[in-house]
Design a protein around this ligand. Structure first.
Ligand code: GDP
Length: 176
């Protein structure tokens, strides 16, 4: 029995971005769990964990709470992560500035220097969502702060599953 290579990916973003839904969707796609619970998933209050196996790798996803008062605990996980997923609610134009500020704080933290960052423009199933190109444009002003690391913006619908497999594939290639 060969041991799995363990990798850690943290899922960050404002509350209501869709982090919990994304994690459940990843599990349902990669673990074959049928469907999502029909009732609304409660806003993240602590830490949700999901593990999936791809080839020899075990990827541990940590969904950290998005509520403002919890941002302080994010940093405790920075030192151990192999990649960061930052989920954006593409329909929440009112909080896009807040989103940029938090994203900037994350990527300029010394602990995660060089760590690949995947930004997910979530809720693409909704007609009023900003498109991936618009999100890129908005975040362009701080893109220079990403420094030398792999980064990408991909469109997803965590709810419907569109783009989620591509997102995990992107991560899988980067963390190995
Ligand atoms: P979190 O606070 O970041 O964990 O966000 P949740 O996963 O709890 O999602 C917040 C709300 O957005 C819930 O009502 C979800 O059903 C909804 N949601 C999440 N992802 C999507 C999506 O891709 N499309 C749509 N239409 N709704 C979504």
């Amino acid at each position: 029995l060969t041991r799995k290579e363990e990798y850690y990916v943290i899922i960050l973003g404002l509350d209501n971005a869709g982090k919990t839904t994304l994690l459940e969707r990843i599990k349902s796609i990669f673990l074959g769990v049928l469907g999502l619970p029909q009732d609304r998933i409660a806003p993240t209050v602590g830490l949700n964990i999901g593990k999936i196996d791809i080839d020899r790798a075990r990827i541990n996803f940590w969904d950290l709470g998005g509520q403002r008062e919890l941002h302080g605990i994010w940093e405790k996980y920075y030192g151990e992560c192999h990649a960061i997923v930052f989920v954006v609610d593409s329909t929440d134009k009112d909080r896009i500035e807040e989103c940029i500020n938090i994203f900037e704080k994350i990527i300029t933290n010394d602990e995660v220097e060089g760590v690949p960052v995947l930004m997910l423009a979530n809720k693409q199933d909704l007609p009023n969502s900003l498109k991936v190109e618009e999100i890129k444009e908005i975040f362009n002003k701080i893109a220079i702060k990403l420094g030398a690391r792999d980064s990408r913006v991909l469109p997803i619908s965590a709810l419907e599953g569109d783009g989620v497999r591509d997102a995990v594939d992107w991560l899988f290639v980067r963390i190995q």
